[in-house]
Design a binder for this molecule. Sequence first.
Ligand code: RFL
Ligand code: PHB
Length: 395
Amino acid sequence: MKTRTQVGIVGAGPAGLMLSHLLHLHGIESVVLEASSRKRIEERIRAGVLEQGTVDLLVETGVGERLKRQGLFHGGIELRFSSAGHRIDFRELTGGKGVVIYAQHEVIKDLVAARLSAGAQIIFEALDVRIQGLDELTPSIHFENEGTRHELSCDFIAGCDGFHGACRPSIPEGVITAYEQIYPFGWLGILAQAAPSSEELIYAYHERGFALHSMRSPEISRLYLQCSPNEDLSEWPDERIWAELQRRFELSKHWRLTEGPILQKSVTGMRSFVAEPMQFGKLFLAGDSAHIVPPTGAKGLNLAIADVRVLVSGLTEFYESGKMELLKRYSEICLRRVWKVQRFSWWMTSMLHRHASTNPFDERRQLAELDYVTSSRAGSQTLAENYVGLPMEVI
Ligand code: RFL
Ligand code: PHB
């Protein structure tokens, strides 16, 4: 079956859905093709920290009602090391800014509901996606849905299909340079039916490895502990997870994490990755399809939304004036932010994790860095302004 749209979007993650939503507000038509089911994308547990700029965009464009009611505003974080806690006061250091804790799958639910109620086409379980004619006037996306092959021709294609998607590999060999670093550790993450043990997030540096205390609501905690990238979850019964977390969050004064039934467990590997350029012909990559950051800076979702903002400006300029100026500069504009966010995520990761090749010199250096960041205003401010989100590029 053959159909046509202005912008064909592959992937219904935060990047693809937000792109479709913003294009709609500018009167530009799109179709979203998603490999998974609606249920699966609405239940997949991932990010939790939204920068102020991401929150403002969701609210200003009419998809922030639940977020305003259920999101938890945080004006700081704690860095915990050498059995003591140190607060980084974002509000004071950034002139009132902070972050909001609201689960990524809730953002997905809000965006899917808004798109469907506006009559949008999101094709779930779109399988075997293939891209053709990227350097032609009308590229097309071929896919299978409910046993039928389809061809969707478009003016432009947005590759919002994550790191393992089909869009980036459809770019001819030799066009893209990949910059990559894989870390020798991962995170074991749990979702627990337990009230958060602190009002704010705690990033803990410990000789046994990094640990993070986060949350989803006043009743649900989200906790992570550094592990091997291919850790076997069957070796981690609930009691072992809680015992390990208790040790890594220990303080010199009495303090204990609130424990509760574990609802979900998973292991995530960690990498830094950038594909340059983020475009080829009529294809534009946005979000994780173009770059991955380790989760220590809480940036992946926010960076995906920042790309989409730039892409929407370029597409709007094209449909209003026929000009391709901004679209031609899409990659260049996005990459300035991407690399600053890469730098921050790498820095947080290397300051807070220990691994087999961390030698005694590295340990002393990491502790000195944590001491500097928590005792110097300049040090704390650098962390704070990056964590709450750098200003959007002026385009
Ligand atoms: P997504 O969310 O991966 O969405 C891509 C979508 O494309 C679909 N897809 C395809 N569809 C059609 N055909 C194909 N061939 C396809 N291949 C894939 C997939 O099913 C999926 O629905 O990418 P997007 O939109 O770029 O969004 C990126 C974010 O999801 C990601 O960066 C964040 O989750 C990263 N992240 C965090 N980001 C933050 O901003 N703050 C955080 O606190 C934060 N914490 C995290 C995180 C990621 C984590 N994990 C699990 C990787 C914590 C963790 C543990
Ligand atoms: C989360 O709540 O899932 C979370 C919070 C902060 C991070 C990463 C993940 O740095």
